[in-house]
Write a protein that binds this ligand. Structure first.
Ligand code: PGA
Ligand code: ZN
Length: 397
């Protein structure tokens, strides 16, 4: 596959913020685009994000040599990009620019091979992977940096398992989401409920446990206990670090936070997964919590940032037994696959995730399928987030 030219466009994400779209043009003039989402609750070890002007300079740099190359694999495209950049932080080209080119070029390659993007990536990196239908992590209640309410915890997730068709699972999630809205309106005597960045309800609650107990009651009431469990994304870097936390207005040590999670798990029979329960440099906190609740998923996101070496280290020391995979935390498809392979080597779960500022591009679902992800995390089943649910319906018929 040859790349004749590359174009860059400034587009808008679901928050109305500017982000980039990269288009690769092949010698026949066919166009292959990729739009890059943007995070707000970003880990400090995520690769750099370039604004439009700087991104344009990166594209110019790539264009200087790209036309002379022939690429037969995704890995070759990504090695070419990594060869130009050569920094762990992607500070020469920008991680968002590199991912845009990586994805758009992979789509061009897939076209040439008459395959889907997920097939090309699976064949190259996961030829032995068994096909799983992923669990769906759906954000029903928003707090933290994604909302204007009083919740310290960023996301309350309903986790749905598919037994029959994924479309039926999505429909049940939509119904449960609506029922949750109706319940909250009645319970808190509200006409309208504010909505957070990922579509979850974002009203004030008496405390950070209340949303869990409400969701648990609604799952029971709707007879969904066999299909749905609950998860949290605490995103604790927003209210503390290894030096201490401020939770519900009070100073807390890491040990205090662990006790809070233990109480939550004791009081909520459906709570099964806790993401980023401690700050991104507080691996000790993760390790202690993992020991205290070995049967739960303790998930790294800001801690691990889709970085194979970080995943190796933190899975190795027993800090996490699941990781969030966000391709734009690391910058290329090849490195995203390396992160998944690192997780697989340690036998830990892989959760592909959207970002809070999303676009219409559904590549995260395509990559999740390629890697046979254990789960996908895609927000509330509403508005722009439904694009990812729809792609699941398409790819898991
Ligand atoms: P972000 O957050 O996309 O705003 O960075 C999502 C998350 O913390 O999982
Ligand atoms: Zn997170």
């Amino acid at each position: 596959m040859k790349i004749h030219d590359i174009e860059l466009r400034s587009i808008f994400d679901s928050r109305g913020e500017q982000t980039i779209e990269v288009t690769v043009i092949d010698p026949e003039g066919r166009r292959f685009a990729a739009a890059i989402p943007s995070g707000k609750s970003r880990g400090m070890r995520e690769v750099s994000v370039f604004a439009f002007e700087a991104a344009r300079a990166s594209i110019d740099k790539i264009r200087e040599t790209v036309a002379a190359k022939t690429f037969d694999t995704v890995g070759e495209v990504d090695a070419f990009l990594l060869g130009i950049d050569g920094t762990p932080e992607k500070k020469i080209l920008g991680g968002n620019v590199m991912l845009g080119v990586s994805l758009a070029a992979a789509r061009a390659l897939a076209h040439e091979k008459k395959q889907a993007l997920w097939e090309v990536v699976r064949e190259e990196y996961f030829s032995e992977g068994e096909e799983l239908t992923p669990l769906i992590f759906s954000n029903f209640i928003n707090g933290g940096g994604h909302a204007n309410n009083n919740l310290d915890i960023q996301e309350y997730l309903v986790i749905a398992r598919t037994n029959g068709s994924i479309a039926a699972t999505v429909r049940r999630l939509i119904e449960l989401y609506r029922a949750t809205g109706e319940f909250l309106k009645k319970q808190f005597k509200l006409k309208n409920i504010p909505i957070g960045d990922e579509g979850g309800y974002s009203l004030d609650f008496p405390n950070n446990f209340e949303p869990l107990s409400i969701l648990e009651a609604l799952i029971d009431e709707n007879d969904l206990e066999r299909e749905c469990i609950l998860g949290l994304d605490v995103a604790a870097s927003h209210f503390g670090s290894e030096k201490g936390y401020v939770f519900e207005g009070k100073k807390r040590t890491g040990k205090d936070m662990q006790k809070i999670y233990e109480t939550y798990v004791a009081q909520s029979k459906l709570l099964y997964s806790i993401e980023d329960p401690f700050g991104e440099n507080d691996a000790e906190g993760f390790i202690a919590l993992r020991r205290a609740m070995p049967e739960k998923w303790i998930v790294g996101d800001d801690l691990t940032t889709t970085n194979a070496a970080e995943i190796e280290a933190h899975a190795g020391e027993g800090a996490v037994n699941a990781v969030i995979i966000k391709p734009n935390q690391i910058g290329t498809i090849a490195e995203t696959c390396a992160a998944v392979q690192a997780a697989r080597r340690h036998n830990i779960k892989v959760i592909f995730s959207h970002r809070s500022g999303e676009t219409e591009d559904v590549f995260m679902i395509e990559l999740a399928k390629a890697c046979s992800a254990d789960a996908v995390k895609i927000g509330a089943p509403v508005k722009e987030r439904l694009l990812k649910f729809n792609e699941l319906v398409r790819l898991y018929p």
